[in-house]
Design a binder for this molecule. Structure first.
Ligand SMILES: [Zn+2]
Length: 593
């Protein structure tokens, strides 16, 4: 097959692909941002509803006009970081975006003041397209400091607290680890070592984990210092910004409320036995008495590893979405036909997978490295689910409302994975085939719903420990980690001793000003599993409801989206519905044994 079919065509994003023309567009972009600034800086406080609408619309028009060019540069670079032209354009677009962001940063600050002093504006009909956006601004307003203070914090953080994150990332990317594979000694970088965690050879998986975490644990003094500083800095900022708890800021940023998150986390704890039941089944499938930590997401041994050609993957993904809805299926077909997907494996391409929206084109672009494994087919369905979210939201919403928060950003993608799961299961002929598909989806569910929850419990316990006046040295942090881990796993899994250092490699713990990164993933997984359950109960009647939910983008908070489907996300019953879907998969797996 010609490779052309599986590389993307980015030329659609811009009027001209000539680098000079693109650079010129970027210059125009900064100039235009400056124009908006000149017109409105210092004046937002005196705007009435109509004038405010005009400002918000002009910012959206600016986004629509510039999005394609910025995307083009970023995606070119993601596709090949070794390409000089791509690097140059990416650098230029980053600089231009930073300048434009700085020029327009005053809008949210001044809007916060305006809305706080005239909250009635939110209810003004003229502004109804921006209602929820303004509600979110109002919710953040009491926690903002003065413009001078905010700027000072940004300036000091750049070389202060933010440096820990850079240090941690540099440490990981510059280490070399020694490991023996098939009798040969090898020295590998961190990225390649983590690739071995999925190796079919159990011994390799064990040695890879042992080597990496032993190495990380040796520098526990560095990691503990970093975490202490990041956590204490956060507590200090919470005090200055008047957040009532360490989690409060993240709950506001994610457009949810604490009650819903508490109910979610309680549901997780009440269902740990369900997860442990799956882990026991997986152990049986692997011929083990008990899983070790390095088996949690390992492939099932002795199963025929089916290889998927690109066209076969495309067929399966398309059928899964088409079975849900023909309009959605049509958009998926368009993604392939218009070459909005880059699946080729090549040097210089960014690792992992993502979907980037293309606002002006009311479409999206997807990147992945397609190796023909079942997991790659799932990744393709996942990323294309993001694309469907973008197709629907960009048709119904202004660009401001297309910036979804973390809790709902994964709604289309996880739903797509579930559509693929059931479509593949319905075609599977043997129990072995079914086991491979079910293990694929349940491994993912277990990691995201349960293991990620342990990380949230861990983060909470660090703040509690600090409040109690405990000093967080490496050993203490490791104890908190193990306690949080045990809440989920009990004795269902055998952990290597060195896994007490697992917390050291999670980059998000070192990101200052970005706390409690984890629970939105748990939220998203169970949210979508619950929706999927509803789909199975209601059948075709559910299809337009799901499309409306995705089309709402960020124009409504998650609790409102759920309410329109008859759910209360502060009620554990809702989350339990998601668990029921996972349980059905586990039951299916049990029947294959
Ligand atoms: Zn995703």
């Amino acid at each position: 097959m010609p490779q052309k079919q599986i590389t993307w065509d980015l030329s659609q994003l811009v009027e001209s692909i000539s680098p000079d023309a693109v650079l010129k567009k970027l210059d125009l972009m900064t100039a235009e941002a400056e124009k908006i600034r000149e017109k409105y800086h210092g004046k937002i406080q005196s705007l009435d509803a109509k004038a405010l609408l005009k400002l918000l619309e002009s910012r959206d028009a600016f986004t629509l006009k510039t999005d394609g060019t910025v995307r083009y540069c970023r995606l070119m670079y993601a596709a090949d970081s070794t390409d000089k032209k791509a690097k140059q354009l990416n650098d230029a677009s980053r600089r231009a975006s930073a300048k434009a962001d700085q020029a327009l940063a005053f809008i949210n600050v001044e809007l916060g003041k305006l809305i706080a002093s005239k909250p009635s504006l939110i209810k003004n009909r003229v502004l109804k397209e921006y209602r929820h956006y303004l509600e979110r601004i109002l919710r953040k307003a009491p926690h903002m400091l003065t413009e001078t203070e905010e700027r000072l914090i940004i300036a000091k953080d750049k070389n202060g607290i933010n440096a820990w994150e850079i240090l941690q990332s540099d440490w990981l990317s510059t280490r070399a680890f020694m490991i023996t594979i098939k009798g040969k000694k090898k020295t590998l970088p961190y990225e390649q070592m983590t690739g071995l965690y999925q190796d079919a050879d159990r011994g390799v998986r064990r040695r890879a984990n042992q080597t990496v975490y032993e190495g990380l644990g040796k520098d526990d003094i560095v990691w503990a210092s970093a975490l202490r500083a990041v956590c204490e800095d956060h507590m200090q900022m919470c005090e200055l910004r008047k957040y009532s708890t360490p989690m409060a800021q993240s709950v506001i940023d994610n457009d949810v409320d604490q009650k819903a998150i508490d109910s979610l986390m309680r549901t997780i704890l009440k269902n740990v036995d369900l997860y442990r039941r799956y882990l026991k089944l997986k152990a049986r499938l692997m011929g083990l008495a008990k899983l070790a930590n390095y088996d949690l997401t390992a492939p099932l041994p002795n199963r025929p590893e089916k290889a998927y050609a690109w066209n076969e993957a495309r067929k399966q993904v398309l059928e899964a979405y088409n079975g849900f809805d023909s309009e959605v299926g049509g958009w998926i077909r368009e993604m392939y036909q218009k070459r909005h997907i880059d699946g080729e494996v090549r040097r210089g391409k960014t690792s992992g997978a993502f979907c980037a929206p293309w606002l002006a084109g009311k479409s999206a672009y997807v990147l992945q490295s397609f190796n023909g494994k079942l997991g790659d087919v799932f990744t393709q369905a996942h990323e294309l689910g993001h694309a469907i979210h973008d197709y629907l939201a960009t048709r119904a919403q202004n660009p401001t409302n297309c910036d979804y928060g973390s809790c709902i950003a994964e709604t289309g993608s996880i739903f797509g994975e579930l559509l693929l799961t059931e479509s593949l299961l319905s075609k599977a002929k043997t129990n072995e085939e079914k086991q491979v598909i079910l293990a694929q989806i349940l491994d993912g569910f277990g990691m995201t719903a349960f293991q990620v929850s342990a990380r949230t419990f861990f983060e909470q316990s660090m703040y509690e420990a600090i409040k109690q006046g405990r000093f967080l040295d490496g050993e203490t942090v490791a104890k908190l980690w193990v306690a949080a881990r045990n809440k989920i796993y009990g004795d269902a899994v055998e952990w290597l001793d060195v896994m007490i250092w697992e917390w050291t490699m999670k980059p998000h713990y070192y990101m200052a000003n970005y706390r409690f990164y984890n629970y939105p993933y748990v939220f998203a997984k169970l949210f979508v599993y619950a929706l999927y359950r509803l789909y199975k109960e209601q059948g075709r009647r559910f299809v337009p409801k799901m499309k409306r939910l995705l089309a709402a983008g960020a124009s409504k908070p998650p609790q409102q989206l759920a309410k329109e489907l008859g759910f209360n996300i502060a009620d554990e019953k809702f989350w339990q519905k998601g668990m029921a879907q996972a349980e059905e998969f586990i039951d299916m797996l049990e029947k294959t044994l």
